[in-house]
Design a protein around this ligand. Structure first.
Ligand code: PLP
Length: 407
C-alpha cells in the first residue's frame, strides 16, 4: 500500500541563466499539491481539496452581479493606481465598523489580492541586508517576499503548548540594528492562533515597523476577539483582502492601509509594478462590503461547525491536535505518528487517498512533522476526506511500527 518513493515534485535545479533572486525563492507547497491534484483530476480522479485556503462557498451574489454589470457598461479601464475612491472609502468605513478605527481613505491602497499588497509593502520597506522578523510557523510566502527584496527572514518560534501565541520577549531578543520590520498574522495561517491585544501592543512597542496580515479577521470562534494593528500602532502596515471572509479568492482583490508618509512610495510602486487592480473587480469589492455581511456571517457559522467535524475526525484518525484553532480555517495537525516527513506524507495521501493537504514544512521547520487541513468546506468534502485517508494512514502507521520494531 505504501510505496517507498512518493510523488513529491523535485525542487528546480540551479541554473545560471536565472537570477539569484528568482532562485532564492522556494516553492509554495500548498500550490504544488493543488497543481498535482489538478493533474489527477484531468485523469478523471476525484480529489477532496483540503490543501488550499479557499472557502468552498459562493461569494456574495451582489459581488458577482456587480462584475457583470460593470462589464455590461464596458467599465474595463485602468483605475487610479490607488484604487477607486468609492472602494477606498468603503474599506475605511469597514475598518471603522470592525475596529472603531478612524482611517482616512487616503491611507488605503487597493491591490490585486493581499499577495500584491505584500509585494508593495516589502518592496517599500526592505533593503538588501535588512532583517525581517517572522514568528513561525508562518504563511509560506512571507520569507520569500523578504528574500525577493534581498532581505533576510529571522524566525522566532511559537509552539503548540502555548497556543502558538507569540512571546514578545523572544521577538525582542531577535531584534538587531538590521531589523526593519516584524510581521504578524492574526488570526494566523496555519496555526489558527489569534494574538491577544497585549501581544499586539507589545509587538508595536518594540520599535521596528509592524506589518500585520489581517486577512482572516472576523473568522474567529468561541468568543475570541481580534485586535487590529490599526488600534495599537499609527505606523503599522495592515494587509487585508476579500479572499477569505467573502470567499473571493479568484477575484484577486485586497488592500493595504499604510502610514500617510508611505503612501506616495506605495503609489509609485503600484503604478510601475501593477498599474491598478482590475476595474470591474473593484466594483465587486464595493458590493461585497455593502451587501456581503450575511454571506460572511453564514461562512463563519459553517466554519465553526466544520472546525469541530475536522478536529474530531483527525483526532480519531490518530493525528495530534494539542490546541484547537481559535481563528482562520485551518488545523495544523501533528502527523508524526505516521511519518516525520510532511512533504512525503502529504503527497502519499494525495496519490493514494486522493485528498489534498499541505505539508507542515511549507510553514517552516517549526511545523515539520505536521499537516495542514483547511475546513472552510462542505461537510461532505471533509467526511469524504476523512474516510479516504483512514486506510492509507492505517497502512502508513503499521509500516512505521514494523520499521521501528525491526530497528
Ligand atoms: C495569511 C495569508 N496572507 C495572504 C494570503 C494571500 O491572499 P490573497 O488571495 O488575498 O492574495 C493568504 C492566502 O492563503 C494567507 O493565508
Amino acid at each position: 500500500m505504501c510505496p517507498s518513493t512518493p510523488a513529491a515534485p523535485p525542487d528546480p535545479p540551479r541554473d545560471r541563466r536565472w537570477s539569484r533572486r528568482a532562485e532564492s525563492l522556494t516553492p509554495f507547497l500548498a500550490m504544488e499539491v493543488l497543481e498535482r491534484a489538478a493533474e489527477l483530476e484531468r485523469d478523471g480522479l476525484d480529489v477532496a481539496h483540503l490543501e488550499v485556503g479557499e472557502p468552498e462557498f459562493a461569494p456574495p451574489a451582489a459581488a458577482s452581479r456587480a462584475i457583470v454589470e460593470a462589464l455590461a457598461r464596458d467599465d474595463t479601464n485602468y483605475t487610479d493606481s490607488r484604487g477607486l475612491w468609492e472602494l477606498r472609502a468603503a474599506i475605511a468605513g469597514d475598518l471603522d465598523r470592525r475596529f472603531g478605527a478612524s482611517v482616512d481613505p487616503e491611507r488605503v491602497l487597493v491591490t490585486q489580492g493581499t499577495s500584491s499588497a505584500m509585494t508593495l509593502v516589502f518592496a517599500c520597506l526592505v533593503d538588501p541586508g535588512d532583517e525581517v522578523i517572522l514568528p513561525t510557523p508562518h504563511y509560506p510566502c512571507y520569507p520569500n517576499f523578504v528574500r525577493f527584496c534581498g532581505g533576510e527572514p529571522v524566525f522566532v518560534e511559537t509552539d503548540a503548548e502555548t497556543g502558538w501565541h507569540i512571546d514578545p520577549e523572544r521577538v525582542r531578543e531577535a531584534i538587531t540594528p538590521r531589523t526593519k520590520a516584524i510581521v504578524v498574522g492574526s488570526p494566523a495561517n496555519p496555526t489558527g492562533a489569534v494574538q491577544p491585544r497585549a501581544v499586539m501592543e507589545a509587538l508595536a512597542g518594540l520599535g521596528p515597523t509592524l506589518v500585520s496580515d489581517e486577512i482572516y479577521d472576523g473568522l474567529v470562534y468561541g468568543g475570541v476577539r481580534t485586535a487590529s494593528a490599526l488600534t495599537v500602532s499609527p505606523d503599522a502596515f495592515v494587509l487585508d483582502g476579500f479572499s477569505k471572509r467573502y470567499a473571493m479568492t479568484g477575484f484577486r482583490l485586497g488592500w493595504v492601509v499604510a502610514p500617510q508618509a508611505a503612501m506616495r512610495r506605495l503609489q509609485i510602486l503600484q503604478q510601475n509594478l501593477f498599474i491598478s487592480a482590475s476595474s470591474f473587480v473593484q466594483h465587486a469589492g464595493i458590493a461585497a462590503l455593502a451587501e456581503g455581511g450575511e454571506m460572511s456571517a453564514a461562512l463563519l457559522e459553517a466554519c465553526s461547525d466544520r472546525r469541530r467535524l475536522l478536529v474530531d475526525g483527525l483526532r480519531d484518525l490518530g493525528f495530534g491536535i494539542e490546541h484547537e484553532p481559535e481563528g482562520a480555517f485551518y488545523v495544523l495537525a501533528d502527523a508524526r505518528a505516521f511519518w516525520d516527513d510532511s512533504r512525503a506524507l502529504a503527497f502519499e495521501i494525495l496519490e493514494q487517498a486522493h485528498v489534498g493537504c499541505t505539508p507542515g514544512i511549507d510553514f517552516g521547520e517549526a511545523a515539520e512533522g505536521r499537516l495542514r487541513f483547511c475546513y472552510a468546506l462542505a461537510r461532505e468534502t471533509i467526511e469524504t476526506a476523512l474516510e479516504r485517508m483512514a486506510p492509507v494512514l492505517a497502512a502508513r502507521r503499521a509500516s512505521r511500527g514494523t520499521r521501528e520494531r525491526g530497528a
